[in-house]
Design a protein around this ligand. Structure first.
Ligand SMILES: [Mn+2]
Length: 253
């Protein structure tokens, strides 16, 4: 193992062809040759289940991921809050694997917790409650039972409702919470990488037993680019693609 690349929150959608083109260029220019690509959730703006495979605008992305797999890059898809219905069919489509919303990986001698990040937004009580409902059997059943157009319409409706409620929330409610980060460090991990909050940068939430409780936060994507992560023997780095750049490292509570 020499190099692992991480990205999240690309929010691919047939409605955003520019972002798809930029992400495809990123896969060719920065991911090809890596040992592993971890996509830490919200790769898609929404995912209604296996019947979304075959949507023509997204086919080039699945093809590109399948090519990477065939060339020896392990592709790992994590669940975000918008694409938690990714599963076996999608793993098969790209020759990779789908894991849940988080996974601890032993990388270059360190235990690294990789996760989407919404589980660290513990001040957003409404969201944490609705998440339980959204991850129940209900959406799985609807995705299976509804005809494709109805499933897409429902997904768009849920997306709209969620952006309306996001617009009403305070910045604190939607941000990572330091105590939640330190709780994860208490489980014995050495590093953490997440996405979700769309504010890429290295953040340190105090210390736990003398060690910094640090999170490398990946960025969201547009056609201008995005901030992704790289892990190798030298450590973890946030790197800008296109015009995107990480924020300055921050010390928080
Ligand atoms: Mn998210």
């Amino acid at each position: 193992m020499k190099r692992v690349v991480l990205a999240s929150d690309v929010h691919l959608s047939p409605a955003r062809p520019g972002t798809t083109a930029t992400f495809l260029r990123f896969l060719r220019e920065r991911v090809a040759g890596a040992d592993r690509l971890c996509l830490l959730g919200d790769l898609f703006d929404f995912w209604v289940g296996r019947r979304q495979l075959g949507v023509p605008e997204l086919e080039p992305v699945w093809d590109a991921l399948a090519e990477l797999s065939a060339a020896g890059t392990e592709v790992v898809l994590f669940h975000g809050n918008r694409d938690f219905l990714l599963g076996g069919p999608e793993a098969a489509r790209c020759g990779g694997r789908v894991t849940g919303e988080e996974e601890v990986q032993e990388l270059f001698g360190r235990r690294v917790l990789l996760l989407h990040g919404d589980s660290l937004c513990t001040l957003d009580v409404d969201y944490q409650k609705s998440k339980r409902l959204l991850r129940s059997w209900i959406p799985r059943f609807l995705s299976w039972a509804l005809p494709r157009p109805a499933a897409f319409a429902l997904a768009r409706r849920v997306r709209r409702t969620s952006s309306d409620s996001v617009a009403r929330k305070s910045p604190e409610e939607m941000d990572l919470v330091g105590s939640a980060v330190r709780d994860r460090y208490a489980e014995g991990i050495d590093a953490m990488v997440c996405g979700h909050v769309h504010a890429p940068g290295e953040r340190t939430y105090g210390t736990l037993e003398g060690r910094p409780a640090r999170v490398h936060v990946l960025g969201d994507w547009s056609e201008e680019g995005g901030v992704y992560g790289e892990i190798d023997g030298d450590g973890i780095r946030l790197v800008g693609f296109g015009s995107a750049v990480p924020r300055a490292p921050a010390r928080l509570d």
